[in-house]
Design a protein around this ligand. Structure first.
Ligand code: ADE
Ligand code: ZN
Length: 355
């Protein structure tokens, strides 16, 4: 079941052809649909938690942590990222991490977020599933109460681990299944095609989970086809390599399966050499349902608004294009149609009143 399409209608909104200023982009109500919580661990919090939990890191200062964030591909990033995640040990650590992320959502006018967590990164180190998810859920409840931010939780399986490990994680998650909207697939893509997880995803669907998967970030278009045909995904995370396969482009346009694109991530992981070479607007102009996300904001140089700004620095982004991207972010989410319409109303109201 692909998230419902609500046709964008911006008629009557003034200045649609004007270039979107930073102020316009910053204040735009938006949703984020591709965010790894472990990738929102700031160097400052990493350093603090390492001291609090007596975890040894190969860095002597926050500046040394930041200096280590030079990546040549996905794996070079993941090696640093999993080491960073080792400072997370207690329920309070997961709360603090998640709370930090929600504070950025508030600053960036993110009204709804679908954040993902990787339980295996932590359970493999002996941290209980309950410890991880309890801290995250407590922070989600507080963000709703304190800031009115709507959120849903996605559980990703690590694809470099076995299908048996993913199935065990799925079974461990079942007592929490009413708190988890979807399952996904992340980590080292090359050599770990979606087909490795066909049975796990079939079981997840019978348990009532929605399904997404990373595909076509570094992997070929055939991995995107596998995610669609074998895992029955409702959204593709990244998917930017779809433009190498004309049939796939047609299929994505016809079905409106969303692609959760992450511009800063793609440049930092050398999927594109420069932002000016990013294909987001090629995909948008071809009628694909793409939107902007931050992926791992503390590792890739920015949160959601920074991604909008980086694109606007490299491309002439009009108000209409920005509105369409934000519109896609709401309609591609796993909230109800009523909630989608409420957020779209806020989006139009914002654009109508912006000078
Ligand atoms: N885990 C965290 N960030 C990721 C990414 N960009 N691709 C795959 N797995 C990830
Ligand atoms: Zn990702």
């Amino acid at each position: 079941m692909i998230p419902s399409v609500i046709a964008p209608d911006f008629s009557g909104i003034p200045k649609l052809n004007e270039l979107a200023s930073r102020d316009f982009l910053a204040g735009l109500p938006k949703a984020e649909l591709h965010l790894h919580l472990d990738g929102a661990l700031s160097p400052a919090l990493m350093f603090k938690l390492a001291q609090r939990n007596q975890v040894e890191l190969p860095y002597k200062s926050i500046a040394e942590i930041e200096a280590a964030y030079q990546f040549t591909n996905l794996q070079s990033f993941l090696d640093v990222y999993y080491r960073g995640a080792s400072v997370l040990n207690t329920e309070q650590d997961f709360y603090d991490l998640t709370r930090d992320y929600f504070a950025k959502c508030k600053a960036d006018n993110v009204q709804h977020t679908e954040l993902s967590f990787d339980p295996q990164t932590h359970t493999e180190r002996g941290i209980a599933f309950a410890t991880v998810i309890s801290g995250i859920l407590r922070a989600m409840a507080d963000a709703k109460k304190d800031w009115g931010i709507s959120a849903k939780l996605v559980m990703d399986f690590l694809r470099h681990l076995s299908a048996e490990s993913a199935m065990k994680t799925l079974e461990e998650s079942l007592p929490w299944k009413d708190k988890i909207i979807a399952v996904g697939l992340d980590s080292s893509e090359l050599g770990h095609p979606p087909s490795k997880f066909t049975e796990v995803f079939a079981r997840a669907r019978t348990e009532g989970y929605r399904v997404v998967a990373h595909a076509g970030e570094e992997g070929p278009p055939s991995y995107i086809w596998e995610a669609i045909e074998l895992l029955n995904v409702e959204r593709i995370d990244h998917g930017v390599r779809c433009d190498e396969d004309a049939k796939l482009m047609d299929y994505l346009r016809e079905t409106q399966i969303p692609l959760t694109v992450c511009p800063l991530s793609n440049v930092r992981l050398c999927v594109f050499d420069t932002m000016a070479e990013h294909n987001l607007f090629t995909l948008l102009d071809a009628g694909l349902r793409v939107m902007i996300n931050s992926d791992d904001p503390t590792y890739f140089g920015g949160y959601l608004n920074d991604n909008y700004f980086a694109l606007a620095d490299a491309f002439p982004v009009t108000r209409e294009q920005a509105l369409l991207l934000a519109h896609h972010s709401f309609t591609s989410s796993f909230i109800s149609d009523d909630e989608k319409l409420k957020f779209i109303g806020q989006l139009k109201n914002y654009a109508n009143n912006f000078q």
